[in-house]
Write a protein that binds this ligand. Structure first.
Ligand code: UD1
Length: 417
């Protein structure tokens, strides 16, 4: 099994180019199942979750090939409707194929998904909302058996809770439903806007009617289209924290800074010096790090996917900070490993008290989920001596060329077998 060795503690300096967004690519790949025409996608990140989603749509009959950096998807012969457990077990976003399969064929059998071990993460909101479009479903032996005997019919749906995945599944399904669908209490993450931009470019009729409501006029087909996926805002945020925590000096390229304004504002409050030039973000980490209280929230709040990374930075603050995790119930698995490196973090339910003034000590570590793994790398970058991070397959799910990018800006990091 591969490991990463990190020799701290250097200041990072240079430029990092941000890859395409994993979380925008996944629903867009699922949405291509709506089409019978060719779809061309640019800027997909080369990460394991994307490979898994491509394998999943191939298992459903999509013909897929890369032309340089562009992925060409041909669904003219796509006709399978069963998504097997094998491909769903490692990735929760697999459930996003349910909406498009139902919209296209009126029935589907999709395994309940797996994914990061960060809570129970049910799909009840997806299923209840789909039932309002005319879907009947049963769960038998871990599979959702769903049919829409009369086809999908537009409806008014208010999500009981903001869910990124459920909003995406419903947007995709309603795009080919008969009539009009109004979705309210929607997630408004930038990745959802990217999905809508993609679908509208392919001929769908989707528009925002209020801040959290969307109107979808069903269409009968999806056109051939070419689309460039947005940048990965979580990857960008991770490298901004890397600069702040190592007192580094980084220019983050290929981003739209306004999309991550919340993160930029918080890093400024913590003490980093940040400026925007020609669309790039320039950050200089400060020796003095200010404490701050943070709670995670749906966009435009602070993202749960950056909670573990910011916790590492707050371990170095001048006083104690409080982090409240309001999205997932079990997302502090990095805490035990950070404490093994010398941190002083205590948790109580969804709250973590992070004591400051910590100098991390190098250690042998175990990655537990995607974002937790990267937080261990960030801590290791600041620790004198050699840290070894095991189970890095979690990292490979979502960070493209992590060690190459970090090496280029001066980190001493290498992958070993
Ligand atoms: C997406 C992101 C993930 C991010 C999360 C929150 C992708 C591929 N993944 O995950 O990186 O951390 O948004 O920003 O884009 N819930 C239910 N029932 C449901 C669906 C969700 O109870 O049917 C709960 C979840 O357990 C969680 C909360 O709602 O507590 C939010 O989940 P959701 O927004 O759906 O997250 P994902 O789409 O899975």
């Amino acid at each position: 099994m591969q490991k990463l060795e990190v020799l701290g503690a250097n200041k990072l300096k240079g430029q990092i180019k941000i890859s395409g967004s994993k979380n925008a690519s996944l629903p867009i790949l699922a949405a291509t199942l709506l089409s019978s025409k060719k779809i061309y996608l640019n800027n997909l990140p080369k990460v394991k979750d994307i490979e898994t989603m491509i394998n999943l749509i191939q298992s459903l009959g999509s013909k897929v090939k890369f032309d340089n950096e562009k992925l060409i998807i041909d669904n003219s012969k796509q006709q399978k409707k069963i998504a097997s457990y094998n491909l769903m077990k490692t990735m929760r976003a697999g459930i996003l194929v349910l909406g498009p399969l139902l919209a296209k064929f009126g029935s589907a059998k999709v395994s309940l998904p797996g994914g990061c071990a960060i809570g129970t993460r049910p799909v009840d909101i997806h299923l209840k909302a789909l039932s309002k479009l005319g879907v009947k479903y049963k769960i038998i032996e871990g599979y959702v058996h769903a049919t829409a005997p009369k086809g999908l019919k537009g409806s008014k749906i208010r999500f009981p809770k903001i869910s990124v995945g459920a909003t995406e599944n419903l947007i995709i399904a309603a795009s080919l439903a008969k009539g009009t669908t109004i979705l309210s209490n929607c997630a408004i993450e930038p990745e959802i806007k990217d999905l809508i931009n993609f679908l509208n470019k392919a001929g769908c009729k989707i528009k925002w009617i209020t801040k959290r409501s969307i109107k979808i006029q069903g269409v009968s087909k999806i056109n051939e289209t070419n689309y460039k996926i947005m940048f990965d805002r979580i990857e960008a945020g991770t490298y901004l924290v890397a600069a702040a925590v190592t007192e580094g000096n980084l220019t983050i390229k290929n981003v739209v800074p306004s999309i991550i304004q919340t993160e930029i504002d918080i890093l400024k409050k913590i003490g980093a010096k940040i400026s925007i030039k020609k669309g790039d973000i320039h950050i200089i980490g400060n020796k003095k790090i200010n404490n701050i209280n943070i709670k995670t929230a749906p966009y435009p709040g602070f993202p749960t996917d950056l909670q573990a990374q910011i916790m590492v930075l707050l371990c170095k603050a001048n006083k104690k900070s409080l982090i409240k995790e309001d999205i997932f119930e079990n997302r502090f698995m990095h805490v035990a490993e950070l404490n093994r490196m010398g941190a002083n973090i205590s948790t109580n339910g969804n709250k973590a008290i992070v004591e400051g003034n910590i100098n991390f000590a190098a250690a042998e570590l175990m990655a537990t989920d995607l974002r937790a793994s990267v937080s261990l790398i960030l801590a290791a970058l600041t620790a004198k001596g050699k840290s070894v991070i095991n189970r890095i397959y979690h990292l490979d799910r979502g960070y493209e060329s992590l060690e190459k990018k970090l090496k280029k800006v001066g980190a001493k990091i290498r992958r070993v077998n």
